[in-house]
Design a protein around this ligand. Structure first.
Ligand code: CP3
Length: 376
């Protein structure tokens, strides 16, 4: 797949945005900042738009998706938009019966726990997602068009980040049938039936890989793979049972050739997981541009563990959003300082924005990051 110069990387100059420059190792004068889950319940304008519609219905409504994706950019002045969707959306497009239960997360009607159930699921052709991807492609195209129009008033091109769930995290939901604390059933399947597990995660790699390709083709300028629950695996198990499928997912993006006018060799790739401190050396073997770090490991320490030439992203503990302003400022400044150890730093939280966050605190935080790095 070859992207044309009509792609936002060239047509909307997102290649020269702060996010893209930092992704590839430049240090823009201002450290870029965005927040995981920046679009969501912390924003009253989001709650107003979402009223009376289920999360998954909302994800298939292009006008709504683009409006929700833009909300945090307009309000907070963050340096990137992240596509409003969910990691289970490609499974919905594949015809899998799943709901997102408010306050809980994805819940599957039929958990996938046996070789026979895996065989039934993986019989679905992943290309079905591309065939049914019109609402996703349409939403991405509208969003990037709106970002281009509104960026005139922001004075900065704002890229759209596409994303997908990593096979392990998706499999953890599928096997458990819903959210779980320790993912015991998923971890059990790895050892009980390694062949079924390998089939399941290989299929999920294609599901998420096609979902990423659709977003990039429609206008996303970079992508992030969310392996939120990878931290529940021992490094040796991660290497054998999760990493290969994550690599296969990312290979779908590596197969996309960026627009000639962008000068890029590949679409920038980011990875994030919770509690991955002990996995960072293995994660580094994915040849990423950006590695997201949760709040449990300091950025400079993470860099030592990664032992690679990458941009780090993170990692303010979301709990600090509720601290007195002086405490939050001090933590922010410390993270900016720790981020100096890397070739470049993208400021973010250590995980998603909690729904009860005061949005004004986020706006102030963006200003602080931009001001501190201006002065540095
Ligand atoms: O970051 C963003 O702003 C982009 C949008 C985004 C959502 N989900 C929107 C969403 C992204 C990147 C995701 C990915 C996602 N979904 C992950 C990986 C990131 C992470 O948080 O670790 C995971 C594990 C999921 C599964 C999922 N979907 C959960 C656990 C929940 C929360 C359930 C709840 O109500 O607390 C969801 C639903 C969801 N996805 C919401 C949003 C804004 C809340 C839906 C609502 O507003 O009711």
């Amino acid at each position: 797949m070859q992207l044309s110069d009509q792609h936002p990387l060239v047509a909307h100059a997102t290649r020269s945005s702060r996010l893209l420059r930092a992704s590839l190792g430049d240090r823009p004068d201002v450290t870029p900042v965005w927040f995981m889950r920046q679009a969501g319940r912390s924003l009253p304008e989001y709650r107003a738009l979402r009223q009376g519609q289920s999360m998954l219905d909302a994800c298939l409504d292009p006008a709504l998706v683009s409006e929700i994706t833009l909300q945090p950019v307009r309000r907070h002045g963050v340096d990137a938009a992240i596509f409003f969707s969910d990691i289970v959306v490609p499974l919905v497009l594949a015809g899998v019966d799943v709901q997102i239960v408010p306050g809980r997360g994805p819940v599957f009607t039929d958990p996938v726990r046996t070789a026979a159930q895996v065989a039934q699921l993986t019989a679905i052709d992943p290309e079905r997602i591309r065939e049914r991807s019109e609402p996703i492609a349409d939403a991405v195209a509208r969003t990037t068009e709106m970002l281009a129009q509104e960026s005139a008033s922001w004075g900065e091109p704002i890229p759209l980040i596409g994303f997908a769930g990593a096979p392990f995290t998706l499999a953890a939901y599928l096997v458990e049938g819903g959210p779980s604390k320790d993912h015991l059933r998923a971890r059990r399947l790895i050892h009980e039936d390694p062949a079924a597990w390998a089939d399941l995660t290989a299929w999920l790699a294609q599901i998420s890989g096609v979902f990423l390709q659709v977003q990039v083709a429609a206008g996303a300028s970079s992508v992030q793979l969310f392996d939120s629950w990878a931290g529940s695996l021992a490094p040796s198990v991660y290497r054998a049972a999760a990493l290969p499928a994550s690599r296969a997912t990312l290979d779908h993006v590596r197969a996309v050739r960026p627009p000639a006018g962008s000068g890029l060799a590949h679409i920038p790739l980011a990875h994030f997981g919770v509690g991955t401190g002990d996995l960072l050396a293995d994660i580094a073997t994915l040849d990423l541009d950006i590695v997201g770090i949760d709040h449990r490991v300091a950025l400079d320490d993470a860099l030592t563990r990664l032992d690679a030439d990458v941009t780090v992203q993170g990692n303010l503990d979301p709990a600090l959003l509720f601290a007195p302003p002086a405490v939050l400022d001090e933590a922010t400044d410390r993270i900016l300082e720790e981020g100096r150890a890397a070739r470049a730093h993208i400021f973010n939280l250590g995980h998603g924005v909690p729904p009860e966050t005061d949005p004004d605190v986020l706006t102030r935080l963006v200003r602080r990051v931009h001001e501190r790095t201006d002065a540095a």
